[in-house]
Design a protein. Structure first.
Length: 246
């Protein structure tokens, strides 16, 4: 698992990569990264030349999600090879889904991450709206998380938005990379994505404002700034929906 397309190339086909040994090659290579479909196809072709079966298997879940046993995996490639390695992949978390041949798992994960960004921006907007109207972020998010709109995701992002702890699990530049991949796929497939395009611009603006090392939940800081308020940490306990309760 690596961060970007070029990194996948580096660890597979560049000098010293796992597909470059003159004496041996893996029987199966499983990649858990979020990379472009184009790079994935290039690595699949290089693997085939070495007699290596390649599965694209991007995952959904940060370290906190992994620790809670809630990691999920989308896999594409040979169904026969998937059936062979599924028991190993199942050890990673709670769900492994075979989604089709070739590189379609990349599109599944990219679509997932585009939605992640749009959802986070929307969550930041409504939370700032509530705060500017006189409601604490903790109270608003407690209500939201208890409603039918609450989710595992809104729960575990709530502590960051309430207490402004942006220890990174996924940074803004990585999110921008996934928006770029998603919007590129949308152009190729002629799928209009106006909400995604608008959110991508907001992510770019947050990066321009210096939010490069923080978790992407820091979108709420830019939303507050654009709304004419400055947020302060509320410093209260917030259930993240993942950590075991005492």
């Amino acid at each position: 698992m690596v961060s970007a397309s070029r990194d996948l190339e580096a660890v597979t086909t560049d000098p010293g990569g796992v597909l470059t040994s003159p004496d041996a090659a893996p029987r199966v290579l499983v990649d858990n990264s979020t990379v472009s479909t184009q790079m994935s196809a290039l690595i699949r072709a290089a693997a085939a030349k070495r007699g290596t079966d390649f599965l694209a298997a991007p995952v959904s879940g940060n370290p906190q999600v992994i620790a809670a046993g809630k990691l999920t995996v989308a896999v594409s490639g040979s169904r026969t090879v998937f059936d062979q390695v599924e028991p190993l992949l199942a050890l990673l978390g709670r769900g492994v889904t075979y989604v089709g041949e070739d590189e379609v798992a990349r599109l599944v994960k990219i679509a997932h991450n585009v939605f992640l960004g749009v959802l986070t921006q929307s969550l930041a907007e409504i939370t700032v709206l509530a705060e500017k109207g006189g409601v604490s972020r903790a109270a608003f998010l407690e209500f939201l998380n208890g409603s039918v709109l609450g989710s595992v995701y809104t729960h575990y992002k709530s502590p960051a938005m309430v207490n402004l702890d942006f220890q990174p699990t996924f940074t803004m530049p990585l999110l921008r990379k996934d928006f770029d991949l998603g919007l590129h796929a949308a152009r190729e497939l002629e799928v209009p994505m106006p909400l995604a395009a608008a959110t991508a611009q907001l992510v770019a603006g947050a990066i321009g404002a210096g939010h490069v090392e923080e978790d992407f939940a820091a979108l709420i800081l830019e939303q507050a700034r654009n709304s004419g308020i400055t947020l302060e940490a509320e410093n209260v306990p917030v259930d993240d929906g993942l950590s075991p309760r005492a």
